[in-house]
Ligand binder design. Sequence first.
Ligand code: MN
Length: 502
Amino acid sequence: MFKEIAKISSSDLSVASKELWSIMKSQIEYLDTKGREVIELAFIQMVEAHGEQRRKSGEFYITHPVAAATVLANMKLDSDTIAACLMHDVPEDTHVTLKQLEKDFNPNIIFLISGITKLSKIKYQGEERYAENLRKMFVAMSQDMRVIFIKLADRLHNLKTLKILPPEKAYRIALESLEIYAPIADRLGMSVLKSELEDAAFPYVYPQEYKQFLSLSSIEIEKRKKQVERILKKLKKILIQEDLKGYKVYGRAKKYYSLYKKVSSKHPSLTEINDLVAVRIITPQINDCYHVLSLIHSHFVPVDHKIKDYISYPKSNGYQSLHTTVKDDQTGLVFEVQIRTADMHEYAEYGMAAHWSYKSKKNAVSDQFINSESLKWMKELIDLGKQDLTPEDYLKHVRLDLFQDRIFVMTPKHDVINLPLGATPLDFAYKIHEHIGSQACMAKVNGHPVKLSDELKNGDIVEIVTDSKQKPKRDWLSWVKTAQASKHIRYTLRKQQKSENQ
Ligand code: MN
């Protein structure tokens, strides 16, 4: 859709706006009349407000909010979000105030615009200002998640139009997108948007690597595509033979940046990456997923230990699917198969955004995750903002926290505890309560005694044995991964030292 919008070249505002409206209109057919009317009104007011304003590229400014709004329409978001997105730069960049918009739009829309307006100053303008704005963003997100959807769509279009900026500025925006926005999209399970942000930022942050990678991978990907077409044919045949109806089968090419990250972090060669192109099977019901899995295994050879049941054990961002890696005996090709229902698929693509889609029926998966442990990271980032950290430290923690993968472990009562990857039983103890942390003397993982400094794994059931005579030791600082635990340990050590000195 960005390409179509970029083609609009008329120097006449009314012609350009007519063309833009016809694009916008074609994208919101899934909404009811009332929803479409709100969006049309927002469009008209937005055009009036921005008027002849131009972007640095020379295009009319109005192309930008429309482009961002089409991203959200693609995710089938509700009309309030799309209307707010159309007007997201109005209070900040035009003579029209938020107060004036209140006359014509409902409070939800006004809240969303004001949430974005507050964020619009989030740029690298010195660490202090930046940290402050990020704090605001996490608060706004926690009040209404749709604020961040608009921000991400806004950012995506800005990334796609970075070319016209001075290289230094383009680099900073792209880097910020890789460090902050893409990880947020990932946390929210919005995999499509996450990959688009990453792929748009990739060439600006790693120009050399991007060029190299592009020439290498395109050959390999082309080769794989042909192989996958053959596999798809085979799979369809199997489904027909088994008389399975209502199933969809298709291939999927891996995105550049995630592929680059995979190659550069684990050092496999491109040919060794089995999910370079994967195939997907969408089933009518959950039970069908397991049925199809066994069917796949009866036709292809499963590769050892590569079966993952993310249906019973969803990923921390709510992603659900069955994954298996299999080998086609005839061709020797090893490939990944992902099996899931249509609901799971929608959630896998749009994540949290699926929860706010125009449909009144809320997605069961997102319902479960929206209220759960998986969103606690956001609250933690808000809490972190209230602590007495320097802007530099705050940013460091935010980046670390967003970048690190999370693991989910359980208490003996099966309460789920969310920790960063690499966390130890000591982190777990402090997470439960600072007293449990400071008095921890031993841990059991899945019933077996382990060291307090051992690394926890996803799904571990962790039990902490405490002793009232126990005291935090200096060593402990190197055993913990969370800011929360090290803060408590430092605090107690300082207290101990003071009382010893007295
Ligand atoms: Mn904008």
